[in-house]
Design a protein around this ligand. Sequence first.
Ligand code: NZQ
Ligand code: ZN
Length: 384
Amino acid sequence: MLNFEFYNPTRIIFGENTIARLDELVPAQAKVLVVYGGNSAKAFGTIGEVTKALGQRKYVEFGGVEANPDYLTLLKAVDAIKEHELDYILAVGGGSVIDGVKFIAAASQFAGEDKWAILEGAPISQALPFGVVLTIPATGSEMNSGAVISYRERGLKRSFASPLVFPKFSILDPSKTLTLPERQTMNGVVDSFVHIVEQYATKQTGAAVTDEFAEGLLRVLLQVGPELKANPNSVQARSDLMWAATNALNGLLRLGEVGDWSVHAIGHQLTALYGIDHARTLAIVLPGVWQYKLEAKQAKLAQMARKVFGLEGDDERELALATIAKTEEFFHSLGVGTRLSDYDLDVQAVVAVVANLEKIGATALGEDKDIDLVASTKILTSRL
Ligand code: NZQ
Ligand code: ZN
């Protein structure tokens, strides 16, 4: 097992009817920017519940954060903070709103004129405090310190991370996810699944505790995905998905392990260029990365075949291949396409994604840093 350090200060409040707890969680004197997405949080009454819980506190609403939050929209929120002299932020939504808020929190305190520099690695030394009301389980952003921001005008999607942008708290009310369209629920299952395997399906480091956590969470997802497809109103299954998604990317699963993250790096460029839902880009790329790295990942993929899919056998390579096939089958059963052609893309997309990877310097990806541009081309070509 590799050495590690673990730090996660986010307070989690899990359960139905917990939004009223905002009154104790948000400081009494706070002046709050309430940030939400397109329309769902407003239309389904969550914003109403949130503003009611804020009571006498001063607040300003900022709606319209896109799925895959756009840099230019977020700059308007930074302006709103300055204009109204606000000092606290509430994110009401999913990964897009939460990531957007992480950026707003950092950018509003960032001295440089060009705030995009934050996405290019410029250090941040301060950020406004913020809390979260989660409405879609998928990204784990509610309990981690990373954010992914799109810049549509430039066709880019990039990430940043800082311990300064851990949420102070996150309210996880599974009943708030009952209004999700099936497509978004299934995206959440797939994104969580891929977060787990990007940290697990790499090398055998002997991190037995973390491996068991990962395998258990994967089994939960294999169960709740089909359950929610058949019965989207099950609060029990919604609860399990919500907590699984949070644990999939709150730092626990990287402890003692080696991360891959090439699937995300390549997938982000498919979203940047073609607007494909984040989770769906992962479903396309993952089987390609696993095939390409079959030898290096064989031991872990075979372990996954045994511990997650319950398969038996002595042939490690056969078991690893079975994991790839079973995973793709699982995504298909959720209605998620795993080929570029499922999204009407052809070889032009391969060329464009690889050009983007070059532009942002993503030329040595994966746990062995050996996925260069030629490898990315091969991986994407295998997914046509
Ligand atoms: O915009 P509205 O109208 O609110 O609709 C949203 C949105 O269209 C809808 N939705 C959310 N909650 C709902 C609901 N509809 C009905 N009922 C509800 N309760 O769902 C749509 C998708 O929301 P979004 O926030 O975009 O989804 P998700 O949570 O999957 O976030 C995706 C973003 O997070 C980034 C992705 O790259 C992408 O930009 N990620 C962030 C990570 C992180 N910070 O750690 C890691 C991930 O790998 C990922 O990259
Ligand atoms: Zn993801």
